[in-house]
Design a protein around this ligand. Structure first.
Ligand code: NAG
Ligand code: NAG
Ligand code: NAG
Ligand code: NAG
Ligand code: NAG
Ligand code: NAG
Ligand code: NAG
Length: 435
């Protein structure tokens, strides 16, 4: 008897341990899966009627953006800078050809010089035409052109945003029906330009897309047609593997480069573009050059240092794919025009969304069901038991009501009605005192 009892407890203990071990193993596997924080990418392609106007960056080499005559006429500032920078007395030879000019002049000029000697935005772009509208967004203030300086080019940033900083939209249908696909167009008065499209505030640093390059020549009118498509990508912040961060990557990077460069060399970092308004027009700040003295190693060091600050991608990225077609047409001999028009394309835009591969809700449901598989008590059984308990007092009260209306039998009599077993003939007989 005792041995039997012992065997029974050993067996139950064994069963318990087995269940707990298997449960822990399965729970560990489940948790490990969840803690990998893998993501799934879902791509949606779409063609929207409302097309957001990208931020257009037009970089014009200083050779075409500065009023060279004015620059040379005022010997004092340019030559002073040139002397300070190159230790040379005569810098006239710097401005004679395009290549030398591009390599050196941007570095010798201070920001206030660049602001003073570069042409005004109206010289480059007078008016922007919306499709099927007589409105000039530059006049109404819907679009603004911001002048920025870089070490080699003057950058014109055409930005058309609403009060929330979101891009203005133009109708694709309107452009296709009324304006042979053109969304907006303008004339750019320059000989050479490099163009890039950005989404306001969301530009990438090491954007692999190349600049579009446009030229105009004497006696020709050049037409540049630009088609663009928007590609949006949303990612998940850590702990998910996409590890994104909510920040303006370009701004963070450029601010870092310039802050370190100013601190260590007293000059701006060569690859950046700064708003001519940000550094006041009296600013004596200029751009450093990797060809200047031994600054290349410092510049490299700063670049590496700042790159480590922007390794995380942005949670909400927008990038454009774009293409340019050019054609030209003869005009008057001394005339020269560059007309730029942005067109709607039938190529779909894309939205790439990252989603958790194993979301928290799935983990909770699965771990809950795993627990109940091994140790579970049926919820239905528990609810039924609870309902019995709830219904007991309820039944008593209904009994009372019933008995009131019926003839109440003698209670003591009922109590004495008990089955008795008559052993004498194996018969169960109910012996009622009432009988
Ligand atoms: C020439 O440069 C000096 C010093 O930078 C400045 O005071 C003067 O206004 C400039 N003259 C012109 C015509 O730009
Ligand atoms: C075009 O630019 C040149 C300087 O590059 C300037 O002299 C000329 O006035 C500009 N034309 C217009 C129409 O603004
Ligand atoms: C620019 O738009 C205006 C108004 O819609 C139109 O008259 C003009 O022909 C357009 N120019 C180009 C180059 O598309
Ligand atoms: C750069 O050159 C200067 C002297 O011209 C020197 O003092 C400085 O240490 C050099 N810096 C580096 C990083 O070599
Ligand atoms: C119930 O029955 C017992 C004996 O059978 C009797 O003594 C008693 O008076 C009865 N009571 C009522 C209320 O009828
Ligand atoms: C049991 O049954 C026998 C025969 O039917 C009967 O004589 C006897 O009284 C019974 N006993 C009881 C306790 O009812
Ligand atoms: C039990 O006994 C009663 C009378 O005491 C009788 O009428 C009945 O048939 C018996 N039943 C069995 C199964 O013996």
């Amino acid at each position: 008897m005792l041995i039997k009892m012992q065997r029974k407890t050993i067996l139950t203990t064994f069963i318990r341990i087995f269940c707990v071990v298997v449960f822990i193993f399965q729970f560990y596997l489940l948790t490990k899966d969840y803690l990998q924080f893998n993501v799934d990418k879902e791509v949606t392609n779409y063609i929207d009627d409302a097309i957001e106007i990208p931020e257009v960056h037009i970089a014009i080499p200083y050779y075409y953006a500065l009023d060279i005559n004015l620059l040379l006429n005022n010997k004092s500032s340019f030559h002073q800078a040139c002397r300070a920078f190159f230790n040379k007395d005569n810098c006239n030879n710097l401005v004679t050809d395009f290549a030398t000019f591009g390599k050196w002049v941007g570095h010798t000029l201070t920001l206030s010089d660049i602001a003073k000697y570069s042409y005004l935005t109206e010289t480059f772009i007078k008016k922007i035409y919306w499709s099927r509208s007589s409105e000039d967004p530059l006049k109404t203030g819907k679009c603004k052109i911001i002048r920025k300086a870089s070490s080699t080019t003057l950058v014109l940033v055409i930005r058309c945003v609403n009060s929330h900083g979101l891009p203005l939209k133009l109708s694709r249908a309107k452009a296709i029906i009324f304006n042979s696909n053109a969304l907006f167009n303008f004339t750019l008065n320059t000989t050479m330009m490099l163009m890039k499209l950005n989404y306001p505030g969301k530009a990438l640093i090491d954007d692999s897309s190349l600049h579009l390059v446009g030229f105009s020549t004497k006696g020709k009118q050049t037409w540049l047609g630009i088609r663009f498509t928007k590609h949006t990508e949303t990612s998940l912040p850590p702990p998910y593997k996409t590890m994104c961060r909510n920040y303006d990557r370009r701004k963070t990077f450029e601010d870092c480069l310039n802050a370190h460069s100013i601190e260590q060399t007293g000059m701006l970092f060569p690859g950046t573009a700064v708003s001519l308004d940000k550094y006041s027009t009296s600013s004596q700040m200029r751009f450093n050059s990797p060809f200047y003295g031994n600054s290349s190693s410092i510049i490299m060091k700063i670049y590496r240092q700042c790159q480590s600050v922007v390794t995380q991608q942005m949670c909400n990225m927008v990038r454009y794919s774009y293409r340019m077609v050019t054609s030209s047409q003869d005009i008057a001999q001394d005339g020269q025009k560059m007309r730029i028009f942005f067109t709607a394309t039938a190529e779909p835009g894309s939205l790439t969304e990252s989603k958790p591969d194993f979301p928290l809700s799935d983990y909770l449901i699965l771990s809950g069901s795993l627990f109940s598989t091994w140790f579970g008590i049926s919820i239905m059984g528990q609810l039924l038991a609870a309902s019995h308990l709830l219904c007991k007092p309820y039944r008593k009260s209904t009994d009372k009501v019933d008995f009131k209306t019926k003839i109440r039998p003698n209670r003591t009599a009922i109590n004495t009605i008990r089955p008795r077993y008559n052993k004498s003939h194996n018969n169960l007989t109910i012996i009622s005192p009432l009988a």
